[in-house]
Design a protein. Sequence first.
Length: 231
Amino acid sequence: MSIFNRCFRDLPYFTYIFLLIQSIVFLMMQISPTGSMSIKTIITFGGLYHSYITQLHEYWRLLTPIFVHIGFYHFLFNSFVLFFLGEQVENLYGHIRFGLIYLLSGVSGNILSFSLHNESVSAGASTSIFGMFGAFIILKHYFPHNQILSTLAKQYTFLVTLNLIFNLFDSSTDLWGHIGGFIGGILTGIAFAVPKQAKFYQINERIIAGLFFIILFAAFLILGFAKVHIF
């Protein structure tokens, strides 16, 4: 029993849970009458839509877009990245911390997108995926002598930078959502810290990161509602 418990404990089961949820949602979207590429379907299954949040008070739409995907290739690519990167990040931060980082960075990306866009519809796990990249990359600051971690962090920094540059020229991608998710991942990664390695973190840094996340969360949420009256 102890061997079974140890094996189960080491499995990245939050990664698997998130994959399962978005797979079920995508399958339901695919078999719906309008298909997963339809704006109507995306909104119905929980896509980010400014008016429904501000006018209908559907605040859960700041979370649900993480599990909604637009078309097969969008779903396949994000699932592929979540499977491989999620395992790494979950093993480093632990299950609960990883789950919180994934969800909170996804929500932070959606809030930034919500505050800066008006009527565009967006969805996808990429806000949370950028959060995972942020949470991984910031580890280089705390564990600079870990050669494997530092090498991967450099590679991921290059990938994130390249992706954000391409986002500038692709109107179909949610640039602000990606940036918000990345920042959210960095801040939550600092605030939660790696378990049993807290000695490498300064407590004031962790507190400031947590407070900064909350302040940004609230500020951009307020901005999103204020734009209703401005425009």
